[in-house]
Design a binder for this molecule. Structure first.
Ligand code: PLP
Length: 477
């Protein structure tokens, strides 16, 4: 493809994307395909000669689109929002065109410098303490591919620091022996990626109970630490969650932070979804105690109109992160290493895309106020939906509705709620996913679409109400 054909096809693609977004409502939110459907439709081997663009796009329409779950659809209420917006798409387009691989400052100075600048902007927007900013020279932020990556690298940094500290006290003890004594903590509502990080890092991790508001409290952590120290274990890491996946509850950072500081534990805070809400000052109360954290992550690619991938993470002391992740072959070195940030030392991959462009485009296009309006509207709709559920005695809301997530169930046996969700998803009218909270099966209703409206909420509630009648009748007979 040459530049002139790219101009033509590129313009067509922009129209295709705009049409897709504008007409998305006419599609079924969930596809009706079966596993293996695509292999039946497309050739088993790659073409020997290049094909016509028209044929590729024909297959996009006939084979790909029927197998898409439409995450941007107004009837999509599953998981959490998959951030998206036109400025973000355009930012990614430009990043793809520039095509630089920004592993070091020298590999593309603007790529690194924009990332440090925008991470400072965002840190200020959500009210992180100044120590987490690049401009103060000790901490700083970095864009990773996912929240799972952020949690993993935090755990790796904490593990490295703990082993180093233990080595200084017990120089003749093998690393493996020290590691076998170390223990980390998370609440039972922490995302599964926290458990996975512990598996990868080969550290023991204890799952702790939450209180009646689904919050991990200081006393529970302290009890676990005391028990483990008595057993000769070495507590070293806690992952707290602000905005749990199941129910959007908040661990008590203030209590956990003081304990971590006193007991010398690394405190990581995972705010993958809820972190974007901290752009609004009224939500920053959930971050009380953040000054005790060593690292923090949130996903603009969930709730800040930036498309995947864009997970932002900050550390209070960048050296603790980079010493755990630095290997430095000659071919990657440059003569400004001592004056500049090299993000290859801040994560697992070497190569990295110019992701800060889309974040910068989004923040500049909407402004802080535009993003606040978006978050507040989703929260208003979440509360509105919660009120509709509460007004119907067949249902109950589980947990507090603080943001754009409502967890609800049919009063009574889990089976009824399971049947209800199954019927709704099979109808293709809405898409939601479940969670298990203290053995209660709940349906998670997340406000996801960028321009979600009250009409969408009412539509969803009507579908749920009608299906509930059918399910309850079927369960009775
Ligand atoms: N942490 C929380 C609280 C989440 O809700 C999620 C995903 O929903 C994750 C971590 C994992 O996010 P990612 O897919 O970016 O790894």
């Amino acid at each position: 493809m040459n530049a002139s054909e790219f101009r033509k096809r590129g313009k067509e693609m922009v129209d295709y994307i705009a049409d897709y977004m504008e007409d998305i409502e006419t599609r079924r939110v969930l596809p009706e395909v079966q596993p293996g459907y695509l292999r039946e439709m497309l050739p088993k081997t790659a073409p020997r000669k290049g094909e016509k663009w028209e044929n590729i796009m024909r297959d996009v329409n006939n084979a790909i689109m029927p197998g898409i779950t439409h995450w941007q659809h107004p009837r999509f209420h599953a998981y959490f929002p998959a951030g998206n917006s036109y400025p973000s798409i355009l930012g990614d387009m430009l990043s793809n065109a520039i095509g630089c691989i920004g592993f070091s400052w020298a590999a593309s100075p603007a790529c690194t410098e924009l990332e440090t600048l925008v991470m400072d902007w965002l840190a200020k927007m959500i009210g992180l303490p100044p120590v987490f900013l690049h401009e103060n020279g000790i901490g700083g932020g970095v864009i990773q591919g996912s929240a799972s990556d952020c949690v993993l690298v935090s755990l790796l940094a904490a593990r490295f620091a703990a082993i180093k500290d233990l080595k200084s006290k017990f120089p003749f003890v093998e690393d493996g022996v020290l590691l076998s004594r170390m223990v980390a903590y998370r609440s039972k509502l922490a995302h599964s990626c926290v458990e996975k990080a512990a598996m990868i890092a080969m550290v023991k991790m204890r799952e702790l109970d939450t209180d009646d508001k689904f919050s991990l409290r200081g006393a529970t952590l302290q009890r676990a630490i005391d028990e483990d120290r008595k057993l000769g274990l070495i507590p070293f890491f806690v992952c707290a969650t602000l905005g749990t996946t199941a129910v959007c509850s908040f661990d008590n950072l203030d209590e956990l932070g003081l304990i971590c500081e006193r007991e010398n534990l690394w405190l990581h805070v995972d705010a993958a979804y809820a972190g974007s809400a901290f752009i609004c000052p009224e939500f920053q109360r959930y971050m009380k105690g953040i000054e005790h954290a060593n690292s923090f992550n949130m996903n603009p690619s969930k709730w800040m109109l930036v498309n995947f991938d864009c997970s932002t993470m900050w550390v209070k002391d960048r050296k603790l992160l980079t010493t755990a992740l630095t290997v430095d072959p000659l071919y990657l070195q440059h003569h400004n290493s001592d004056k500049a940030v090299d993000f290859r030392h801040w994560g697992v991959p070497l190569s990295r895309r110019f992701r800060s462009l889309k974040l910068w485009f989004v923040i500049r296009t909407y402004g802080i106020e535009g993003l606040q309006t978006y978050i507040r509207e989703h929260t208003r709709l979440g509360k509105k939906f919660g009120a509709l559920v509460r007004s119907d005695s067949r249902f109950e809301v589980i947990g507090e509705v603080t943001m754009g997530l409502v967890c609800f169930r049919l009063v009574g046996h889990n089976y009824h709620t399971q049947m209800l969700l199954r019927a709704i998803n099979m109808s293709g009218k809405l898409h939601m996913v479940p969670a298990l909270i203290n053995d209660q099966y709940v349906i998670r209703f997340a406000i996801c679409a960028q321009n979600a409206s009250e009409d969408d909420i009412r539509f969803a509630w009507n579908v749920i109400g009608e299906m509930a009648v059918e399910v309850l009748e079927a369960c009775r007979s």
